[in-house]
Design a protein around this ligand. Structure first.
Ligand code: V47
Length: 366
């Protein structure tokens, strides 16, 4: 199958779910990777996109309790925190001083935070940082806001947009399967609600991202179904709406620190499975322009390899990352210089981008 696939794809053939299953079963990881790499090169040439950005988590208090999440804590937990909108805006201003062009703001589903709190975050960041790209709030947060304000997700999105929201991040999709959600995150807004929020955002002209959490309890068939649901929604959005998915972000499951530190040195999800999943994502999602290797979760070494398996984006400098940890401290960011060197080592061209993937003239830092 792999020997013919490259030709078929170049003639516009679209993979079927059965094709994707055979690719997951194929032992030839390098042939698969080469096809995904060619596909990415045809779309983006040598370019690898990055942003100067900061991830801000305004609260870790969450009432949802997903079994895979080691970031959140219950409303009663003393380790819980909430940043005020002014504190979020201050972090955003600091990021701008450090040349950031994009901010990624997400948090837990905190029952004590009122609707106005979220509007104030966007409003205050926008007032303090007029030209900063604001990517904020996952689909479950938008559903929570709709419930808090007795509005539809579309009305909430329109209000956030009017305050200065630019795009939505892709979190909260996990594996888009009712059965998976019932097992691992029964209190979370459903897969259909996740799709509804992204559909509504696209209808309002708000571009969004999509994630897939893989390597945690799901079957290969569920991964495939997830990818095809995204491809179907994107087909609709591209024909009917102004907005669409800009980027797909495959997120490998990271176990809690205590598990990482135990006697078993083998990772819970193997590197080849991660690369295979990334390559197949590139091939199935033929209508989503960018595939992101999110280095805080993939790790830097595998991120570099992922650039040869279909990825063309590595998120950015990040500054700090709290959702998963590789020590007791948050993951700290990379400098622009480090990102450049890292991308060049993979024989790719670093391209600083804005939040809509427009290239920004690079800083003179080589
Ligand atoms: O929705 C939670 C996942 C997501 C774990 O849109 C975990 O550009 C691995 O969505 N191991 C949040 N993953 C992160 C996210 C994201 C990250 C980077 C860029 C973008 C983007 C989006 O992280 C959650 C969940 O699916 N997650 N726990 C874990 N232990």
């Amino acid at each position: 199958m792999l020997s013919q696939l490259q030709n078929q794809l170049s003639q516009g053939y679209r993979l079927t779910p059965a094709d994707a299953l055979s690719l997951f079963q194929s032992p030839d990881i390098f042939a698969l990777g080469a096809i995904a790499e060619k596909t990415a090169l045809a779309l983006h040439h040598q370019n690898v996109y990055y942003s100067v950005n900061r991830h801000i988590n305004y609260t870790n208090i969450c009432s949802i309790g997903c079994t895979f999440c080691h970031f959140s804590c219950s409303p009663q937990d003393p380790a819980g925190y909430v940043l005020t909108p002014a504190q979020v805006a201050q972090l955003a201003s600091q990021a701008v001083q450090a040349q950031a062009t994009e901010i990624h703001i997400v948090g837990g589903i905190n029952p004590d935070l009122p609707y106005d709190y979220y509007l104030s975050i966007i409003k205050e960041v926008r007032q303090n940082c007029p030209s900063l790209h604001i990517k904020a709030f996952t689909a479950p947060e938008i559903i929570d806001l709709a419930q808090k304000s007795s509005q539809s997700p579309s009305q909430v999105l329109a209000q956030l947009q009017s305050q200065g929201l630019n795009t939505l991040p892709g979190g909260g999709a996990e594996i888009l399967s009712d059965k998976y959600f019932a097992q691992n995150c029964p209190k979370k807004p459903t897969p259909e609600q996740w799709l509804e929020v992204h559909r509504a955002a696209h209808a309002l002209g708000i571009p969004t991202n999509a994630t897939m959490l893989f390597g945690y309890q799901e079957t290969i068939q569920q991964r495939i179904d997830h990818l095809f649901q995204l491809r179907d929604l994107q087909d609709q959005s591209l024909t009917q709406h102004q907005g669409s998915f800009q980027c797909f972000v495959p997120l490998p499951y990271i176990p809690p620190r205590s598990t990482t530190a135990n006697a078993d040195p083998t990772p819970s999800i193997d590197a080849l499975d991660q690369l295979r999943t990334i390559a197949i994502s590139r091939l199935v999602l033929d209508n989503i322009p960018h595939i992101k290797a999110f280095w805080p979760m993939l790790g830097l070494k595998l991120t570099q390899v992922a650039l040869c398996f279909g990825c063309d984006d590595i998120d950015g400098t990040v500054t700090e990352y709290r959702v998963v940890k590789n020590s007791d401290q948050p993951i700290t960011g990379l400098t622009i210089h480090q990102l450049h060197r890292f991308i060049c080592q993979a024989r790719r061209q670093p391209v600083l981008r804005d939040g809509f993937y427009n290239p920004i003239p690079p800083y003179n830092n080589d």
